[in-house]
Design a binder for this molecule. Structure first.
Ligand code: HEM
Ligand code: SF4
Length: 576
């Protein structure tokens, strides 16, 4: 018999997963709701709930309020609603708004994987929330847990005037294949898929376990649209940009390929040994796998050979927030993109957005990877009036680069692993930067993440700041460490830790100095990303600090890992 005391975190989670498929446990959830929070056993709190997109919410203090690298949890839950390809109807958004109002303190967050997350949900409310979602065709199945997460795609699929192909049907098929499927309920850890037919790769295929991007080849004198395939991308404490395989994946091969990779991952025993090294990327980072080996294993698994890859042209500069008014491929129609600053949206705003989508268009909305909201199929003459209505409810169609480009993770407000508060901080930061650098003329991805886990994707931002605590006058206060120059596409690179760190209250000063230096030193036509590439870490640090300063070490990956490991142990071993 297993002795639970001697088990590692990984062994415990593996045992729990073998014991039960959490997707079979709906009646249990209903019972907990009847019998109250105290009736919930630890294996549900720490593990099984995740499969339902549910996990306990932090008490607001983050890790510093708890023990062993994990903060205290409230008797309340976060509930993540899965929205494949970010596509939803006004009816669905209105239902989310109603549930948010009734059960979730009136606010929700649009996330970087096109999901919508609720907070403050009680166990008594949970069945009503799940039922309410199902009634409008939404669910939370597999939004968290060791499973395939929400499959992301280009939020303007099907309407983008420049797309290669509308790949959203494949996104929906892949979701159907994996979410709730008992064959894939027990993966070593989370598994992220992105499929896009756009030319600019806006759902970031490079940071997914499976990233498929449309590409055209000429076969037998005729053009054929298929997909490039990248595998094993991921961020977290040890970022890895996906490896491109030498394969051209035909449309009808996409699902078998996804299934084959999911099976490879599922059956990889070596990845089940440590929770913190359980992602596909560790086959490459720790176990010597190469793209060729991966392709070989995949082909063996799926039972057929893939054609060799064709030359691709990764997008030159990946900034596509879809904000503003854009003509669609359908003549006379436009889509309108509105910013939910750092993803935060109220029940009232969701209600109004649903009403507006019906009043001005056919009620179709999309959630983006930059935490924003779009209405598609708007008659072009109606686009300006719709934009004005969005502005009036605080979801600006446009706004400064700071307003548009700021992304933030959950932070201490709701997350037990958080070191810093992120959402209010980000709003304040945007206000400060707008005042200090009016009319700043560059696109900017400014990502704020409350700990090294990088849920706010600071590794792929132009400027990514990672939450820390520092001691000032004997008090621990929020601080941020700066990473600069992250990019995807043609110039792909994870952001460089440049050795500068400051108190949260000083971040606007540092950014004003850095961006001000860019404005005064840039060469003709040089954009912000080129400027960052042209300067060394030493120089960027000097620009941030306003003087020459010694480099401060970022938490070493090992330290970050052990932090994560202890957090995982204390939280039941799943994290996100
Ligand atoms: C070991 C623990 C965790 C790790 C390594 C981790 C890592 C990540 C990463 C890398 C992303 C970026 C999404 C992407 O790949 O595109 C992400 C997304 C996210 N994470 Fe975490 N995370 C952890 C725990 C948590 C916790 C405790 C919370 C609670 C607030 C959280 C909240 C989120 C949210 C809201 C997103 C947005 C994306 C989505 O809808 O899936 N994460 N996580
Ligand atoms: S990065 Fe993730 S785990 Fe860390 S504070 Fe943000 S949401 Fe929490």
């Amino acid at each position: 018999m297993t002795n639970p005391v001697k088990e590692t975190t990984a062994q415990r989670v593996e045992r729990l997963k073998r014991a039960m498929n959490p997707w079979d446990g709906l009646e249990e959830i209903r019972r907990f709701a009847r019998e109250g929070f105290q009736s919930i056993p630890p294996e549900w709190i720490g593990t099984y709930f995740r499969w339902w997109g549910v996990y306990t919410q932090g008490d607001g203090a983050g890790v510093t309020g708890g023990q062993g690298g994990v903060g205290r949890a409230l008797q309340r839950f976060m509930v993540r609603i899965r929205i494949p390809n970010g596509m939803m109807t006004s009816r669905q958004l209105r239902a989310i708004a109603d549930l948010t109002r009734q059960h979730a303190n009136g606010i929700a967050d649009l996330t970087v994987r096109q999901n919508i997350q609720l907070h403050w949900v009680s166990i008594e409310s949970l069945p009503e929330v799940l039922d309410g979602l199902w009634q409008v065709g939404l669910n939370t199945t597999g939004a968290c847990g060791d499973v395939a997460r929400n499959v992301t795609g280009c939020p303007v699929a099907g309407v983008d005037a420049d797309e290669i192909v509308d790949a959203s049907p494949l996104v929906l098929e892949a979701s159907k294949l994996l979410a709730g499927n008992a064959k894939f309920y027990n993966l070593p850890r989370k598994f992220k898929i992105s499929i896009t037919g756009c030319r600019v790769w806006c759902p970031y295929p490079e940071i997914n376990d499976v990233g498929l991007t449309a590409i055209t080849r000429v076969a037998g004198g005729k053009p054929e649209v298929g997909f490039s395939l990248r595998v094993a991308g991921g961020l977290s404490t040890e970022p890895y940009l996906g490896a491109r395989l030498n394969a051209f994946v035909r449309w009808n091969q996409v699902l078998p390929v996804i299934q084959g990779i999911a099976e490879l991952f599922r059956d990889s025993e070596v990845l089940r040994e440590h929770r913190e090294r359980a992602r596909l990327k560790f086959l490459f980072l720790r176990h010597g796998w190469t793209a060729d080996r991966f392709l070989g294993e995949l082909q063996e698994r799926i039972g057929f050979q893939l054609d060799p890859a064709v030359e691709e042209h990764p997008p030159d500069d990946v900034y596509r927030d879809h904000v503003g008014i854009h003509a669609q491929k359908q003549p006379g129609l436009s889509y309108v993109g509105a910013v939910a600053l750092r993803g935060r949206i109220t029940a009232e705003q969701m209600h109004s957005a649903a009403d507006l989508a019906e009043r001005f268009a056919g009620g179709e909305l999309r959630a983006t990877n930059m935490q924003n909201l779009l209405v598609v199929n708007v008659p072009t003459l109606q686009a300006e009036p719709l934009a004005k209505e969005f502005d009036a409810i605080g979801l600006k169609v446009g706004g400064s680069s700071f307003w548009r480009g700021t992304v933030a993770c959950s932070g201490t407000e709701f997350c037990k692993l958080a070191i810093t508060e992120t959402k209010s901080f980000s709003r304040w930061l945007v206000e400060e930067l707008e005042e200090r650098l009016p009319g700043f003329d560059q696109h900017l991805k400014l990502h704020v993440t409350g700990c090294p886990n990088s849920c706010g994707q600071h590794w792929i931002a132009d400027i990514g700041i990672e939450g820390k605590k520092i001691k000032v006058h004997d008090r621990m206060i929020d601080a941020y460490y700066f990473c600069v120059g992250g990019a995807l596409g043609l110039h792909q690179a994870t952001a460089r830790p440049v050795g500068y760190r400051c108190a949260a209250t000083e971040v606007p000063d540092a950014l004003e100095r850095l961006l001000g230096t860019y404005l005064s030193l840039r060469e003709p036509g040089e954009n912000l990303r080129q400027f960052f590439v042209r300067h060394s870490d030493f120089q960027l640090r000097e620009f941030l600090a306003g003087e020459i300063v010694a480099a401060v070490a970022r938490d070493l990956p090992d330290a970050a890992r052990s932090f994560t490991e202890s957090s995982l142990a204390a939280s039941g071993g799943i994290g996100d």
